[in-house]
Design a protein around this ligand. Structure first.
Ligand SMILES: NC(=O)c1ccc[n+]([C@@H]2O[C@H](COP(=O)([O-])OP(=O)(O)OC[C@H]3O[C@@H](n4cnc5c(N)ncnc54)[C@H](OP(=O)(O)O)[C@@H]3O)[C@@H](O)[C@H]2O)c1
Length: 282
């Protein structure tokens, strides 16, 4: 699996700190609510070569992610686990530490690879203390890297006033229908890498006729074309599927060659948000 280097840049020295390798592609496990659904999907994905799993305390399935990892027999250090601090739990330094420990207990793991603030804390005064808590999770070795999710350019900019280490990743909605060049530039500015959630716009756009025509010309499926566009645009990409054949189809996107389709993909942009968008919160 191809990887990208991510790091938490030290704000005083400007040095890349805690640099680690992260797979560019993985499985998202949001909305896997049936008992066993998440465990079976993660297990199938790992068997088929996935090495990055994106969960969150909010998804209620960290325990099944951990179970599937242990059942797989794959060494822990070959799998990259991402989880997130819920927005309603992002209130203080102390609570951040407690919730990180709870996530590790749920996962049944000694450490996670990347811990994200799920969305900007509602209380603006809490943003600094919560990030200090994230930095402490990093220095305690509970996570190998720390990042954010759903942070807009103004949220990232504000971090310069309170962070010691800048985020390694900002996970935001990105798809061919929501390409976000300005926010990606702001993410690069702080030394982070964009991570694309909802790359299929939650399935809303898989039947888009323009995408179907593009996919036909490429000899791949529409979902594969959309996923590969996200990866080639520089975003770590985590489509969700609970369906074994779609889990296989989605990893098949890695071998798709999009050469010559740049302008056709550019034409798909329509600022389409499929879920929530806290990047525009104050
Ligand atoms: N940080 C955040 O705020 C945030 C927000 C949303 C999502 N996420 C993360 O990003 C992951 C992915 O985003 P998402 O779950 O919102 O949406 P998504 O990956 O864009 O789309 C998932 C939907 O597409 C369907 N699908 C998957 N593969 C398909 C294929 N090959 N052909 C046709 N349909 C297909 C799935 O159904 P089946 O399962 O039936 O295949 C599901 O209904 C989440 O699981 C989560 O880990 C993070």
């Amino acid at each position: 699996m191809e990887t990208v280097s991510i790091s938490n840049r030290d704000i005083t020295t400007g040095q890349q700190k805690h640099e680690i390798e992260m797979p560019r592609f993985g499985l998202g496990v949001y909305l896997m609510g049936e008992p066993g659904e998440c465990r079976d999907a993660v297990r199938h994905a790992l068997d088929k070569g996935y090495r990055l799993i994106d969960t969150a305390m909010a998804y209620g399935n960290e325990d099944e992610v951990g179970e599937a990892i242990r059942d797989s027999g794959i060494p822990r250090d070959e799998i990259f686990v991402v989880t997130k601090l819920r927005q309603p739990h992002a209130n203080s330094h102390e609570e951040t530490l407690e919730r990180c420990q709870q996530s590790l207990e749920n996962l049944g793991l000694d450490y996670m690879d990347l811990y994200l603030v799920h969305a900007p804390p509602k209380d603006q005064e809490a943003r600094g203390p919560v990030w200090k808590g994230m930095e402490e999770c990093l220095s305690n070795g509970w996570t190998r890297s720390i990042g954010v999710s759903n942070y807009g350019a103004h949220h990232l900019d504000a971090m310069l006033s309170y962070a010691e280490f800048l985020p390694s990743v900002n996970q935001i909605e990105i798809s061919p229908w929501l390409q976000r060049p300005a926010l990606r530039a702001a993410i690069r500015e702080v030394g982070a890498v964009p991570m694309a959630y909802s790359p299929l716009a939650r399935g809303h756009k898989v039947d888009d006729p323009s995408l179907a025509a593009l996919a036909e010309s490429l000899g791949c499926t529409p979902a594969q074309a959309a996923i590969k566009w996200c990866i080639d645009s520089g975003a770590i990409t985590i489509p969700k599927s609970s369906n074994p054949s779609r889990i296989e189809e989605n990893i098949g996107s890695l071998s798709v060659d999009l050469s010559g389709t740049e302008s056709a993909f550019a034409d798909l942009e329509e600022s389409y948000v499929s879920g929530w968008d806290p990047t525009s919160e104050p």
